[in-house]
Ligand binder design. Structure first.
Ligand SMILES: [Zn+2]
Length: 395
């Protein structure tokens, strides 16, 4: 049966068949990305592999958009119609490889884009696969928003591997803060009165943040780590540095907390006589807004594949994502699919193993199919696109 005369149900069966055929290639790229983890803004190889496949399937590829060498767009279009974007993440965690499973995201979105582009001959519109680097710190999607990549996008969609299959997803606004205390080195036994202790400053700040935690709103999170704590036990630590994340359910409250955390660092500097330098990543991540129209379509398509999602509890186990920023600009979808059992923590060795295991690659292909089918729903029925837009404007 050709695309031209098939019903939507038949088109979805064709999408499924198409992705089963593509699976070996997608899985090979997923495994290559897994074996070669590249962190924020260094994802050159992942971009090369994904864009090579997209070119092979007729996409026009532009690498290095938004002044970012590892961001890309891949486009196929036919006439005028909705623009459906699938967002590909592919960055690894610092120190933990693909412990967040982004090797499965980039390939799922690429597969979905290729499968939906087949429908353009019948339903005019544009299919975009957007390569979005640096989700684990950096915020590649924020650069892409600023560069106007989402200006004409009607729906932005991706999936994320998780320990639960959940269509609606909640993510916190977050600010990424870097700190640096500078004191003065001295012999810790011979000349302690001549030293200014940068480790003491950190300890004071750390304790201040720990105390602040009792007095913050439900769902907010403050956490960080010390990168440099000194150089030797007999030298008063001259320099300490590290990073903190400040998270909350909305950006306004997050900014309020950022100010309190800044005050704590300044107070610790004053108390110890150190100087402190605070810097922030280029833009905070926004909370994630679920588009109910896209979510409902995706859920039906998941069920069609025999994958049953669970009802999510709002804000439970929430992290953050720069998809949040995208969801404030266009209607967005960011569901999760389980690749490991519920007791496995995210960003752990066990989650890393799950991201490279057969269940992970099954989730990748299920996600690609359900995303592509949702794209097919939208391309074939512009009224659904309009409904998603209306809901977006209301929120
Ligand atoms: Zn992630």
């Amino acid at each position: 049966m050709s695309v031209a005369h098939a019903s939507i149900g038949q088109l979805k069966d064709q999408i499924s068949t198409r992705l089963d055929a593509l699976r070996p290639e997608l899985e090979r790229i997923g495994r290559d990305i897994y074996a070669n983890p590249e962190i924020a803004y260094e994802e050159r190889q992942a971009v090369a592999w994904l864009t090579e496949l997209l070119k092979k399937h007729g996409f026009e590829v532009e690498v290095g958009i938004a002044n970012t060498p590892t961001a890309f767009t891949a486009t196929r279009r036919n006439g005028n119609g909705p623009t459906i974007a699938f967002l590909a993440e592919y960055d690894a965690l610092r120190g933990l490889g693909h412990g967040c499973g982004h090797n499965l995201i980039g390939t799922a979105s690429t597969g979905a884009g290729i499968a939906v582009a087949d429908l353009l001959e019948r339903f005019p519109g544009r299919v975009l696969v957007v390569g979005t680097p640096a989700e684990e710190g950096g915020g590649g999607k924020i650069r892409l928003i600023r560069a106007g990549i989402f200006q004409e996008v009607d729906a932005a969609m991706m999936f994320h591997p998780d320990t639960r299959t959940q269509v609606l997803h909640w993510a916190l606004a977050v600010t990424h803060m870097h700190f640096e205390f500078t004191g003065k080195a001295a012999h810790a036994s011979g000349d302690p009165e001549k030293g200014i202790n940068a480790l003491d400053a950190f300890v004071l700040a750390y304790n201040g943040i720990s105390m602040l935690r009792q007095h913050i709103k439900e769902g907010a999170r403050l956490h960080g780590f010390l990168k440099e704590g000194g150089t030797a036990p007999n030298i008063v630590p001259e320099r300490t540095s590290g990073e903190f994340l400040v998270r909350a359910r909305d950006e306004a409250y997050m900014q309020e907390l950022v100010q309190k955390v800044k005050n704590i660092f300044q107070a610790a500097a004053l108390a110890t006589g150190c100087s402190v330098k605070l810097s922030f990543d280029e833009a905070p991540y926004a909370d994630l807004r679920n588009n109910g129209v896209l979510a409902k379509l995706f859920e039906e398509n998941l069920r069609r594949l025999g994958v049953d999602p669970v009802e999510g509890i709002p804000w439970e186990n929430a992290g953050s994502t720069d998809m949040g920023n995208v969801s404030h600009v266009v209607p967005a979808l960011h569901p999760t699919i389980a690749i490991a059992s519920a007791e496995v923590p995210g960003h752990s060795q066990a989650f890393l193993e799950a991201s490279g295991a057969p269940r992970g690659y099954q989730a990748m292909i299920d996600a690609a199919k359900a995303l592509a089918m949702t794209g097919a729903d939208l391309l074939s029925d512009p009224e659904l696109v309009e409904q998603a837009r209306r809901e977006f404007r209301r929120s």
